[in-house]
Write a protein that binds this ligand. Structure first.
Ligand SMILES: [Zn+2]
Length: 316
């Protein structure tokens, strides 16, 4: 099952208990999954079309519990869903107006205009905003698997429908970008913080944990890579420094002005013999042993001695 499918399955285990939240979720599902079928003579029916049977059942139960509306159920094959089998819930004509007024998708003004808005609770109460976003995700959302990165989106069939979701998101301080894809308006979140916040608000706690675990795995992998790169860089630096030291010593040995003092001689011999050894390891081999900073100091003294002698020689 896709990660989107897993998140939806998790969300469908959550039942909105308060009637305000039930209405809010139903409003989002109506925005995302329903269309209005006009029958002529001012008659109309609200028809929900969903591919997911569990979601169809959820809409059925919300309609029944919250508004005492019983839709008829039929299955059909829809070109809109790529010819796949979908479930159609048709709200009776006699109840359709009641439903639209309750979910605030229909409000008749004095001039007879039809206006769209949102249930006030979907904006003002946190529980209802969360329920609205849950409904919107169930009806129109999808999310990328955690190991693939951060991407959560809502696909709405019109800019008006997307506008309602965007409005609620903004009330939650989430500002999603939008784009048009194949005639649909797509709202999407690509920032990890936004995706995680959305999962949290909708109540998808398992998905949220999966997301965080993937983030930790990704970060520790990056850290390990950085550490390996850093080790490699240090080793390269160490080898190149050892090479320079050995070159200077060999060159001096070919034509020494003065023999190296005894303490420097020992270090020079060890350097030539153990090219790959670090200063610390050279210190271990010395008699008496020297610390890393002791070896470092002596190495500088050795190179300075060689430099000074070479300059004297060239000056003559
Ligand atoms: Zn509520």
């Amino acid at each position: 099952m896709s990660f989107s499918g897993q998140v939806k399955r998790e969300l469908m285990h959550l039942q909105p208990e308060r009637s305000c939240c039930q209405l809010s979720e139903l409003s989002a599902l109506t925005q995302c999954c329903a269309s209005l079928v006009l029958r002529g003579g001012g008659r109309m029916s609200v028809v929900y079309q969903v591919e997911n049977i569990a979601l169809a059942k959820r809409i059925f139960l919300l309609l029944k519990a919250r508004l005492n509306i019983i839709p008829t159920i039929e299955y059909t094959f829809s070109p809109r869903f790529g010819g796949r089998r979908i479930c159609m819930l048709t709200v009776p004509e006699s109840d359709s107006r009641k439903l639209l007024v309750n979910v605030r998708m229909l409000r008749q003004s004095e001039s007879g205009d039809v206006l769209r808005s949102l249930p006030r609770s979907a904006i003002s109460k946190r529980c209802c905003r969360n329920a609205y976003l849950r409904g919107a995700f169930l009806g129109a959302g999808s999310i990328l698997a955690p190991d693939k990165g951060y991407h959560l989106e809502f696909v709405a069939s019109s800019s008006e429908r997307a506008g309602a979701i965007k409005y609620v998101l903004e009330k939650c301080d989430l500002h999603l970008a939008d784009t048009v894809r194949r005639g649909n308006t797509v709202l999407y979140a690509k920032r990890g913080d936004d995706v995680v916040s959305l999962l949290g608000m909708m109540g998808a706690n398992q998905a949220l944990m999966d997301m965080e675990n993937a983030r930790i795995t990704r970060e520790s992998r990056n850290q390990a890579n950085r550490a390996a790169n850093c080790d490699q860089a240090n080793t390269m630096k160490q080898i190149s420094a050892a090479q320079k030291q050995a070159d200077a010593i060999m060159l001096y040995r070919e034509n020494p002005a003065l023999p190296l003092p005894e303490d420097l001689q020992e270090l020079a011999n060890l350097r030539l013999e153990y090219m790959e050894a670090s200063l610390e390891q050279l210190g271990e081999m010395m008699h008496p042993k020297l610390t890393k900073s002791g070896v470092n100091h002596r190495m500088r003294k050795l190179i300075k001695f060689i430099d000074d002698q070479t300059k004297l020689q060239q000056g003559e």
